[in-house]
Design a protein around this ligand. Structure first.
Ligand code: ADP
Ligand code: MG
Length: 709
């Protein structure tokens, strides 16, 4: 553990040459203490171990070489563009240096014929010649030999150079000096607190040594693995970071599982009759997940389980079955959905089946009149209803249950951890089931939802056909219309979706309204409906009902339909300004079609202002329908924080770990932590003392649970 007086907690200004101004600049990068500095690792390296003779320079490599300027002048390219060229030689060969952006006066002053220097840059072959574009240079004074010059600056030459992230006004050379001093003087204060058995098992060097080797690699280090961030030293540091995270999550989970809950009996009083009435058989994956849930429900501790399943995998019926188990045990169940439309749809689904079983469900949404709401709340409190379906309204203060046994949250990604807590407090440690279609890679799911158990529905109901996906530009509208026409001619239905950045943004609403007029002009006689976020709940419900029954053939909508909507006869999804949507959203939208056994298409319309990332997203959508692949691609394009929405996901900010690169290390750290937590003498035994102290230090107040002794 790091004592308070440790130099690691001292401000960066204790370093030589770090004054207030430099400290302010570092603070902009969230670097305030020596520890921050030590844990801000180089983001790449430059190989400056050896100067290469010009004759031996390798194409497409970042090289460093010495030479004398033989010629230097402005020239014109064939297309008439001006450019500066200098030819350098070291006796072994020649090379051209080129600039497209420069100040003539500066070039004339600096790049004089006869000057000698050490140059750096990526060597390219252009025609028959080798060249370096916009080289970096250090010039030698007269009479100074290259050797003498290099020896004078051992921080910059003759080694693998760390390259640090910079901020405005902070130069690489200065950065190097500061980091070097911090590492030389203070890295040794970083103590390893991992149990020795673990460091030995993985062959980890002590953290202090790892820091030194990552900041200042030795000359015989493997440059490629350093560049990729997969060298043994960085790996040990990453492991250390993951290990404490996972340990904390596991202890929190253990704490939850120590709470007393309501053990259910599973007697199939309602689930068996339901299964007999359903028009389909559950898939193997649905049955397996249901089994996992039932196991949890029978334990005397509350369930905290996440069911992950791609859009259309059939999570809703699994939720219904789980709710019925709670109900047959004399408890109530609650289903919370993120939008009114989805809540309505769930109410129709759950309500229908409950009614068949002689049970009672109610809908609690924000758009109820005060008197209606009061009446419903009274029924809930008195235990007259078995199941409550609703939006956030269910979580409000006035809603009290007689005996809540199971809380279900649908589309978890739209809710935060807090909502889960609120739902929990509506009963006496009720079981909690959360469902998400966000196909988070397993490693990430374990991190984000580390205190939940995970069930995955990894199979779609039979007969699903992949949704054919195409990206068209705005100018290819005729093709879009013809696809719509084909679907409608077959008696099928479709969606045309517009992005709505803000619910209040009028221009987008206008776009949707105009689209209705345009489509009506193209397809006279077709029944078109408009659905948008500013409509009242009852209005929305009416439109959705009409679409569900086929009265509306084509539904023009803003993204209010994004989650959960289930109309099997809809076979075409047109997404306008598709590049404005995130991948997860596009995947959700596309999931609205292809729900029956019919061929479906998804048309992504790209606007003229489509960015490069936008283009990439559309390509991903056109090439795969697999939610997991899409999620991984999204992680790559956007990074994990953005993907999940950092605020909601509770995804920790890693100092050095990279969730994509380091997935394996995470897995290992998790296994090791789990193994530790299972031990009988953990965490009481004195040999875990420094580990536990470090854990508490890192987690601060976030480990409120009893299991942490
Ligand atoms: P999601 O997992 O996206 O919430 P839903 O629960 O809405 O998916 O189910 C999608 C569709 O699949 C629904 O129309 C539902 O009736 C249907 N479905 C669910 N399970 C099965 C099954 N085992 N066999 C056939 N269809 C099913
Ligand atoms: Mg759903």
């Amino acid at each position: 553990m790091i004592p308070k007086s440790s130099p690691l907690h001292q401000p960066v200004s204790i370093l030589n040459g770090v004054g207030q101004r430099l400290a302010d600049k570092l603070a902009r990068m969230q670097i305030r203490t020596i520890e921050d500095l030590l844990y801000t690792l180089p983001h790449r390296y430059e190989d400056r171990r050896d100067l290469r003779r010009i004759a031996h320079l390798r194409d497409n490599q970042h090289e460093i070489f010495y030479g004398e300027i033989l010629a230097s002048a402005e020239v014109r390219t064939r297309s008439g563009r001006r450019m500066w060229e200098a030819v350098v030689s070291d006796g072994s060969g020649q090379l051209t240096l080129k600039w497209f952006h420069y100040r003539t006066s500066w070039q004339q002053k600096t790049w004089k014929v006869g000057r000698r220097g050490v140059f750096r840059g990526e060597v390219k072959r252009f025609g028959g010649r080798r060249e370096v574009l916009h080289p970096e240079a250090d010039f030698l004074e007269q009479g100074v030999t290259v050797e003498a010059f290099l020896n004078r600056d051992p921080l910059s030459f003759g080694r693998i150079l760390p390259i640090y992230p910079l901020t405005e006004g902070l130069h690489q050379k200065t950065a190097r000096k500061i980091w070097k001093e911090a590492v030389d003087r203070h890295a040794d204060s970083v103590a390893t607190s991992l149990p020795e058995e673990i460091t030995r098992r993985h062959n980890f060097a002590p953290l202090a040594e790892c820091l030194k080797k990552v900041h200042w690699p030795e000359n015989d280090a493997d440059l490629a693995s350093l560049q990729q961030g997969r060298d043994p030293w960085r790996t040990a540091l990453v492991y250390d970071e993951f290990f404490y995270l996972e340990l904390g999550l596991l202890l929190r989970k253990k704490g939850v599982s120590l709470e007393e809950g309501i053990p259910f009996k599973v007697e199939h009083l309602y689930t068996r009759p339901l299964a007999a009435m359903l028009p389909y058989r559950l898939t193997g994956a649905q049955r397996r997940v249901l089994g996992e849930i039932k196991q949890d429900l029978m334990r005397p501790h509350p369930m905290h389980r996440l069911v992950q399943g791609d859009v259309g995998s059939g999570k809703t019926v699994v939720a219904l079955m789980s709710a019925l188990v709670a109900i047959e045990n004399g408890c109530q169940a609650a289903v919370v959905a993120p939008t009114e439309i989805l809540a309505e749809q769930h109410y129709r689904f759950f309500g229908h089946w409950l009614e068949q079983l002689g049970l009672k469900a109610v809908l609690l949404s924000g758009s109820l009149k005060a008197a209606e709401k009061k009446a419903i709340c009274r029924q809930i409190a008195e235990g007259e209803v078995h199941l409550v379906v609703g939006t956030h309204a269910v979580l409000e203060k006035g809603v009290e249950f007689r005996r809540l046994g199971l809380g279900i949250i649908d589309e978890q990604h739209r809710f935060g951890v807090e909502q889960r807590q609120v739902l929990k407090q509506k009963g006496v440690n009720p079981h909690i089931l959360v469902m998400t279609a966000t196909p988070i890679p397993r490693s990430l799911a374990l991190t984000v939802y580390g205190d939940l158990s995970l069930s995955v529905i990894d199979e779609l109901p039979p007969g699903r056909k992949p949704v054919k996906t195409v990206a068209y530009s705005e100018t290819q509208r005729d093709r879009v219309f013809s696809l719509i026409k084909k679907a409608l001619d077959r008696g099928e239905q479709g969606y045309v979706v517009f992005p709505l950045v803000e619910e209040t943004e009028k221009s987008d609403l206008r776009a949707a309204t105009e689209a209705v007029d345009e489509l009506q002009a193209v397809f006279p006689g077709i029944r078109i409906g408009l659905l948008h976020g500013r409509m009242k709940g009852a209005e929305k419900d009416q439109i959705m009902q009409a679409f569900g029954s086929g009265d509306i053939q084509l539904l023009v909508a803003t993204t209010v339909i994004e989650v959960g909507i289930d109309v099997a006869n809809a076979t075409i999804m047109v997404v306008e300004h598709a590049e404005r949507f995130g991948l997860a959203q596009l995947h959700q939208l596309r999931g609205r079609v292809g729900r029956g056994g019919k061929e479906s298409v998804c048309v992504l319309i790209r606007s003229r202002q489509c960015s490069e990332d936008g283009q990439k997203r559309l390509e991903v959508m056109c090439t795969t329908g697999d939610g997991f692949k899409i999620a991984e691609a999204d992680l790559e394009i956007r990074g994990p924080g953005d993907f999940l929405g950092t605020r909601q996901s509770g995804l920790p900010d890693f100092r050095i770990a990279n969730i994509i690169r380091d997935g394996r290390v995470l897995e290992k750290a998790r296994q090791d932590a789990a193994e530790l937590v299972r031990r009988d003498d953990f965490p009481e035994h004195p040999r875990y003392r420094s580990l536990m102290m470090e854990l508490r230090l890192r987690w601060g107040g976030r480990l409120e649970l009893a299991a942490v002794g």
